[in-house]
Write a protein that binds this ligand. Structure first.
Ligand SMILES: Cc1cc2nc3c(=O)[nH]c(=O)nc-3n(C[C@H](O)[C@H](O)[C@H](O)COP(=O)(O)OP(=O)(O)OC[C@H]3O[C@@H](n4cnc5c(N)ncnc54)[C@H](O)[C@@H]3O)c2cc1C
Length: 417
């Protein structure tokens, strides 16, 4: 379905459980705006969330503009990293396990037809645990209940399978053989590429934060373009506090996160897939990925870093974090004790107070959606977020309370990992 003079898009009423039918501003004249394109939906931000939302809307025949200031999966975006883990384990946070299971199917069904199945690497995910570790124990229960293929491995079994890992105080682990990692920004760009085949128009434009209240008719870009649409989705990741400073300035916390890549010795395959899975050492708040395509063995602290500006922040690692990470690598992966650092990234998490996503309507603008708060774990869920947001915009329906703006506190207390 393309533009018509009066196009109706079904959305849910603000805060209501039931759906209401509201007209989209398609073809109508927004006051004070002349010229410019008219879309059913304008999605601002082509990170993993915005890309999937645009794609899902495009698949439904909607006329969609997808705008990004720097480009899909750019180096400043949270989706801009080389690789992103996809795992099913989420403690007892069942919704994320379900979304991850569904998302993995959708990622694979997208990469296959594109002829790029290697954008998902089924390397397996190893979640190490110590003693009674409540999160891992709850994960085990959830994976069993939802039928996720997994193994509970004893210390002896771990040592037998992965002799290149010194498990230290870890006494057991959960292994998800069907999980692995996605090839970060390439995967985002693939989604945008596919979205364009459905008619989505990608525009490399920086949107000026919209002021005022009430229904939004258009946005303007820094280059002076006016983009008019019936519905707007702001999927601006760590930029959301800048775009909506009053609403989100104290509710989304962008933090500086450092990522390190160490180079194994020449010919040493112990730190690549299939010898090495993705791993998480939860007690030490650190995780990593196997050396992929010779880019290095990835190691990244998961603990939240200091506040960070996604536009201007310096993306150079600190000697302090490097020393901490080296110390860990020497203990857990002795074969990499003296491995050189071959690459690094500085990215930012866009945390909500507890790690739950933000997916809600703007409280004062009923045709504006706020989508973000990936909080260091959102990438894998791009497909499920895309489907969910597209369905809420097109069909209405109940909004998940835990994603609501009302549940986003001003103080951080992480509960979702
Ligand atoms: C180091 C690191 C490791 C991570 N590891 C994992 C992992 O292993 N697994 C996992 O599932 N998740 C992981 N995450 C989290 C995940 O990457 C993020 O939650 C997810 O990428 C967020 O996507 P997004 O689309 O919300 O934001 P972004 O990717 O940041 O996209 C937002 C986009 O909006 C654009 N934009 C902003 N403002 C404007 C404007 N005014 N006009 C136009 N465009 C604008 C930006 O240019 C940007 O491209 C990790 C994150 C980091 C930083």
């Amino acid at each position: 379905m393309k533009t018509t003079r009066r196009d109706f898009i079904r959305t849910s009423g603000a805060g209501a459980l039931g759906a209401t039918l509201v007209p989209a501003l398609v073809g109508s004249q927004a006051p004070g705006v002349s010229g410019g394109d008219v879309y059913d939906v304008a999605v601002v931000g082509a990170g993993v969330f915005g890309a999937w939302i645009a794609y899902c809307l495009g698949q439904k025949g909607r006329r969609v503009a997808l705008l990004d200031a720097y480009g899909p999966g750019n180096a400043r975006a949270s989706s801009g990293g080389q690789t992103r883990v996809i795992r099913m384990g989420y403690g007892d946070q069942e919704i994320y396990t379900r979304w991850s299971m569904h998302s993995l199917e959708l990622w694979k069904s997208l990469f296959g037809p594109l002829g790029r199945p290697s954008l998902f690497q089924e390397a397996g995910v190893l979640w190490m645990a110590r003693g009674e570790d409540p999160l891992t124990t709850k994960t085990l229960v959830t994976l069993q209940r939802l039928g996720v293929v997994h193994e509970r491995l004893s210390r002896a079994e771990l040592e037998r399978r992965w002799p290149q890992i010194d498990f230290g105080p870890n006494t057991w682990a959960i292994y998800e053989p069907d999980s692995g990692f996605l090839v970060g920004f390439h995967a985002v760009q693939a989604v945008v590429q596919l979205a364009e085949t459905t008619g989505v128009e990608y525009l490399q434009e920086a949107v000026v934060p919209p002021g005022g209240k009430g229904r939004l008719g258009s946005v303007v870009t820094r280059s002076g373009k006016t983009v008019r649409a019936g519905t707007f989705v702001f999927a601006c990741g760590p930029w959301l506090p800048k775009v909506f400073p009053d609403l989100l300035g104290e509710r989304i916390f962008p933090t500086r996160q450092e990522v390190f890549y160490f180079g194994p010795a020449p010919g040493d395959t112990r730190f690549r897939s299939p010898a090495m899975p993705v791993w998480v050492d939860f007690a030490e708040e650190i995780y990593g990925l196997p050396d992929f395509k010779g880019r290095g063995f990835k190691v990244a602290p998961d603990r939240h870093g200091p506040a960070f500006d996604p536009d201007t922040g310096t993306r150079v690692i600190t000697p302090e974090t490097l020393a901490t990470v080296r110390n860990f690598v020497a203990r857990r992966f002795p074969g990499l004790k003296d491995a050189p650092l071959v690459s690094s990234e500085v990215c930012q998490y866009e945390n909500t107070s507890n790690g739950d996503f933000l997916i809600d309507r703007h409280p004062e603008r009923d045709n504006v959606w706020l989508v973000g708060g990936g909080s260091g774990h959102g990438f894998k869920h791009g497909p499920a977020v895309g489907e969910y947001v597209a369905a809420r915009i097109l069909e209405g329906g109940k909004l998940e309370n835990r994603f609501s703006l009302a549940t986003k506190e001003k103080a951080q207390k992480r509960a979702v990992y």
